[in-house]
Design a protein around this ligand. Structure first.
Ligand SMILES: Cc1ncc(COP(=O)(O)O)c(C=O)c1O
Length: 381
């Protein structure tokens, strides 16, 4: 583990890029697919898209994945030349910027296919390098991805455009529900049917991909030619019931701040809005300058775990926009002391999974929602 800076800003998320690199290398070593895509959408799940993308590539990722074309273009603007897939599009998207930047456009409809083919011509791409597409088919999640009733028309049009030299169909993929092993295996069977139908239509996609973190970790037989790994990259388990460490993964983010004020109060003192918390004894109250303005859920009121000086405490009273209070009892605490909301449990800190459990959500949301006035400090580059 890269050591955290001893002194830090008032409120910060420390991102350990060596953990990103190591997690990707660990996952690559255990997953049998030829290609490996790291998902860096939504600012790399709150961790900082460009530095994380670079660290993932250094760890062995061959591809990057995002939802929006704007995210893909931001990666290109930062000088990243690796293959990038983007899979969720504005209905008005013309794809010209995307294909000009060599983004692999994931298409779910004939309309999108035609728009990409048109964009290739409008962007003046040379005929030997038409826009690269991956076809997204729905196999049971009922989100974006062509419904099976549309597969025939989609594959036929893709084959036509490919023969005309307007697009190159490099891949075909789908996304799993993770509802159960049986559900995922049933989706995988539908995926194989879709791939066979695409081949019957004359397509020859060389990159088939289905698994995200959960299946990549637990159902390696679904790895096909590529996996798309998001949450595990960040050292967070896709299943909060399994510790990341059990997969050899290290947490990437430490969310911490510095105590902004300390007060000594008698027993029975009410704390924060609505006075939902009262001290049970004479206590020291520490003020932590992180609130829902930074994305800390208000649901952490009276529940979120924190660590100060190696001791574990719980948020006392309501989380407010800028701050919350911790009842440190008789423990010594000073202005400027470090307060860790979550980090690496190996260092005695609460985990992202602890925060997910305390706030009735999933680890994905705990980290992705963070922002506001937080400084992101990158270490281990
Ligand atoms: C299409 C697609 N693939 C892969 C992922 C990564 O999922 P995970 O973070 O569970 O690995 C996502 C994230 O939601 C996704 O939308």
């Amino acid at each position: 583990m890269t050591a955290l800076p001893v002194d830090g800003p008032f409120r910060e998320a420390v991102i350990d890029l060596s953990a990103v690199r190591d997690n990707v290398a660990t996952l690559r070593a255990r997953i049998p697919s030829q290609f490996y895509l790291t998902v860096v959408k939504a600012n790399a799940y709150g961790h900082g898209m460009v530095p994380v993308a670079r660290a993932a590539l250094a760890g062995g990722a061959t591809h990057l994945g995002v939802a929006d074309i704007a995210e893909a273009l931001a990666l290109r603007a930062a000088g990243i030349s690796a293959p990038i897939l983007a899979w969720l599009h504005d209905p008005h998207e013309d794809f010209i910027a995307a294909v000009s930047a060599g983004i692999t456009v994931c298409v779910s409809s004939v309309t999108q296919l035609d728009a990409v083919a048109h964009a290739g011509a409008a962007a003046g791409l040379a005929p030997e390098v038409p826009p690269t597409v991956h076809i997204k088919i729905d196999t049971g999640l009922s989100r974006n991805g062509a419904a099976d009733t549309m597969w025939g028309a989609l594959f036929a049009r893709a084959a036509e455009l490919e023969v005309a030299g307007s697009i190159a169909v490099e891949g075909i993929f789908s996304h799993l529900s993770n509802a159960s092993v049986e559900d995922d295996l049933a989706q995988a069977a539908r995926f194989e049917t879709g791939v066979a139908l695409a081949r019957d239509a004359g397509l020859a996609p060389t990159i088939r991909h289905l698994a995200a973190s959960n299946a990549a970790l637990t159902l390696p037989q679904l790895s096909f030619d590529m996996v798309r790994v998001g949450i595990a990259t960040y050292g967070i388990s896709p299943d909060d019931a399994v510790a990341p460490h059990d997969y050899g993964l290290r947490p990437v983010m430490t969310l911490r701040g510095r105590v902004a004020a300390v007060r000594e109060v008698p027993a029975g003192t009410g704390v924060s809005y609505d006075l939902t918390y009262r001290t049970s004894a004479a206590s020291r109250l520490a003020l932590v300058p992180i609130g829902y303005g930074e994305g800390v859920p208000r649901a952490a009121s009276d529940r979120g775990p924190v660590s100060i000086g190696g001791e574990r405490f719980t948020v006392a009273g309501r989380v407010a926009m800028d701050q919350f209070v911790v009842d440190c009892g008789a423990h010594a605490v000073d202005v400027g002391d470090e307060v860790v909301l979550f980090g690496d449990p190996a260092n005695g800190h609460p985990s992202v999974a602890d925060w997910a459990a305390a706030t009735n959500t999933i680890g994905y949301e705990v980290v992705t929602r963070l922002g506001g006035r937080l400084t992101r400090t990158f270490v281990g580059a």
